[in-house]
Design a protein around this ligand. Structure first.
Ligand code: F6R
Length: 617
């Protein structure tokens, strides 16, 4: 939550900062602000609301040309989203120091009391402002900006990335990182800081992920990284493999529409180099898991939040079926605080698009403390989760900018399929010929996703037609159950209407009481071809709700000649292995939510109250 960007170099600082904030706006969009130093003078503009409000403010009150600056886009925690609470916050007797912050300073109340007692005046209700005053005061006392900064960040508890500039040292941006993301971008005679690489990928692909409890001293010609203890820190450079165009809308009406359409490519990229044409899976990224270790795994725990947890739910079916390892899927925030039973033979798999979700980070840290190995399925290079895992299986979905997750989800599900097949082979849990058959079927998934995308106008039309619905229910069994949950989540977050996903078999145990005349219900219908298919049971469930007035939209497999008799509308998706059908059937639900939200005139990329990356617990 909150996006942070910093720049020092010859370019127009304002352009770099606003460009970076545009790419980071998905992280929070309650308010935005920038500070620059020009001609030895600090200048700040900030405004509540989306970034465009700040741009209008700067047009009305232009900033001078500058070559150093910091910018922030906020997701409010302490203090309402007002102009006054927007970052940057200023410190010092002459307000010459400017600070931006992502995270929560947990001991801010005690620090604020200390500052108030010494006569400091506050102009916001934020926790962040205390840090600005403390650093400014320490600088006034010591005359050493880096020393003052180091002293104060050591006093802060909680989670923070902090960036500071001061007009008395107009050539340097200071940054500190504890439990919140920060990446350095390395340029020629210029350097960058960002919450993630999207902030500067337009300017450079060379990056360094800043480690926990580290401080960055950033100048145009040098980058120094030290620990909170003041000692030099080791850093490792990496090459960003996203290109800037991947993070732009490319002619689509919204990032979400583009990202839905990206899915054949993002799934193909996730499979690339990991699945041979004869269906054999090899996951070099997970080499840290020795064959011996894999054989001894007695349980697998998947930790994740929100949409990523539904990817885990689908993965559970695949891993249990093919690798025969018991799997539990846990919401990270619940797992961490209930004293779970973890042994060295428990493999913990953390799934996170951003790799910065604090709940998931806390869960994985806890699991490692208990002696478990942790692997992550992550979409963001240099993310904290990847750095703190024993190994990472990257989903190569490219940047996901829309707040609602779409292509990241289907890439995460694809990664769990790969993991399941790898574990199954390593443990000899399924016949090699069966694994090869599954692998070859998985290779066909991107082409089948293309067919789904081509047929999306139908799901979009259904979404538009339901713009007045006040409630939509979703039903599914087996992998259709997490798909139903995801369909409901997409609708809640994008269209702000009541939506719930149920296991279809659970209906008679209570939720069927919700059904009344005209209630729209989307049902994920399994394949009728499979001998063990739950098809007849789902058809019975449809009949039960129709008898009570439900209007049914079915997501069903091509070739199903019967389902049309039981539903008002049917969206067909290509035939595939039943467990792989989760990827195909979830995509029409993404499009349904997108169209319904658009028809209501809502912002599909930036739904209210949300931020893409939830970096607070
Ligand atoms: C919903 C959505 C969220 C995220 C969740 C975890 O569309 O995007 O539910 O899936 O906040 O985020 P990551 O995957 O970044 O850990």
């Amino acid at each position: 939550m909150c996006g942070i960007v910093g720049y020092v170099g010859p370019k127009s600082t304002l352009e770099v900062l606003i460009g970076g904030l545009r790419r980071l706006e998905y992280r929070g969009y309650d308010s935005a602000g920038v500070s620059v130093i020009a001609n030895g003078q600090l200048e700040t503009r900030k405004k509540a609301g989306k970034l465009n409000n700040l741009v209008a403010e700067i047009e009305a009150h232009p900033l001078p040309t500058a070559h150093i600056g910091i910018g922030h886009t906020r997701w409010a925690t302490h203090g309402a989203p007002t102009d006054g609470n927007a970052h940057p916050h200023l410190g010092g007797q002459t307000s010459r120091l400017s600070l931006i912050h992502n995270g929560i300073i947990e001991n801010f109340a005690e620090l604020k009391a200390e500052l108030l007692a010494s006569g400091t005046k506050f102009s916001s209700e934020t926790d962040s402002e205390v840090a600005a005053h403390l650093i400014a005061k320490a600088f006034e006392r010591t005359g050493e900006l880096v020393a003052a900064f180091t002293e104060v960040v050591n006093r802060l508890h909680g989670a923070f990335t902090i960036l500071v500039i001061d007009q008395d040292q107009p050539d340097v941006v200071l940054a500190a990182r504890r439990n919140a993301p920060l990446v350095i971008g390395l340029g020629e005679h210029e350097n960058f800081l960002g919450s993630d690489v999207a902030a500067f990928v337009e300017h450079t692909k060379r990056a360094i992920a800043v480690g926990q409890d580290q401080i960055v001293i950033l100048r145009a010609e040098s980058v120094e990284v030290i620990g909170f203890d003041g000692k030099p820190a080791e850093t490792e450079e990496f090459e960003v493999d996203w290109d800037a165009s991947a993070a732009s809308k490319g002619g689509w009406p919204s990032f979400m529409a583009k990202e839905i359409a990206d899915q054949p490519q993002s799934i193909a990229d996730t499979l690339m180099g990991r699945l041979s044409h004869d269906g054999h899976v090899s996951l070099g990224d997970l080499a840290a898991l020795s064959p011996e270790y894999i054989k001894n795994i007695d349980r697998l725990v998947i930790v994740a939040c929100g949409t990523a947890s539904y990817a885990g739910d689908v993965g559970k079916y695949a891993i249990e079926k093919w690798a025969r390892i018991p799997v539990s899927v846990e919401l990270s925030h619940e797992f961490r605080y209930r004293n779970p039973i973890i042994t060295p033979n428990t493999l913990v798999v953390a799934i996170s698009q951003s790799g910065e979700t604090m709940d998931t980070l806390m869960a994985t840290r806890y699991a490692r403390e208990l002696g478990a190995k942790v692997i992550s399925i992550c979409n963001t290079q240099g993310a904290t989760l990847a750095r703190e895992s024993d190994a990472t299986l990257y989903t190569h979905a490219g940047p996901e900018v829309a707040v609602a997750s779409t292509k990241a989800l289907t890439s995460q599900i694809t990664a769990t399929y790969l993991l399941a097949l790898m574990l199954a082979e390593a443990r000899g849990a399924s016949a090699p010929a069966e694994l090869a058959r599954l692998g070859k079927e998985l290779l066909k998934l991107p082409a089948k996703v293309t067919d789904v995308i081509e047929n999306l106008p139908q799901a979009m039309a259904l979404g538009t037609a339901h713009a007045d619905a006040s409630s939509v229910l979703f039903l599914g069994r087996n992998v259709g159950f997490p798909v139903a949950m995801e369909g409901a989540l997409k609708l809640k977050e994008l269209a702000y209407i009541h939506a719930e996903g149920f296991a279809a078999g659970e209906l008679k145990h209570g939720p069927i009481a919700l059904i009344e005349e005209g209630q729209p219900v989307i049902v994920i219908v399994p394949s009728p071809r499979d001998a063990d298919s739950l098809y007849p049971k789902v058809i019975s469930n449809i009949q039960e709700i129709r008898a009570r007035g439900a209007k049914v939209i079915a997501i069903a497999e091509e070739g199903d000649a019967t389902v049309g008799d039981y539903a008002e509308s049917v969206v067909f998706v290509p035939q595939t292995e039943p467990i792989f059908s989760a990827v195909l059937s979830v995509i029409p639900l993404q499009a349904f939510a997108l169209a319904l939200s658009t028809a209501k005139g809502l912002d599909v990329d930036q739904p209210r109250n949300l931020a893409k990356s939830v970096t607070v617990e």
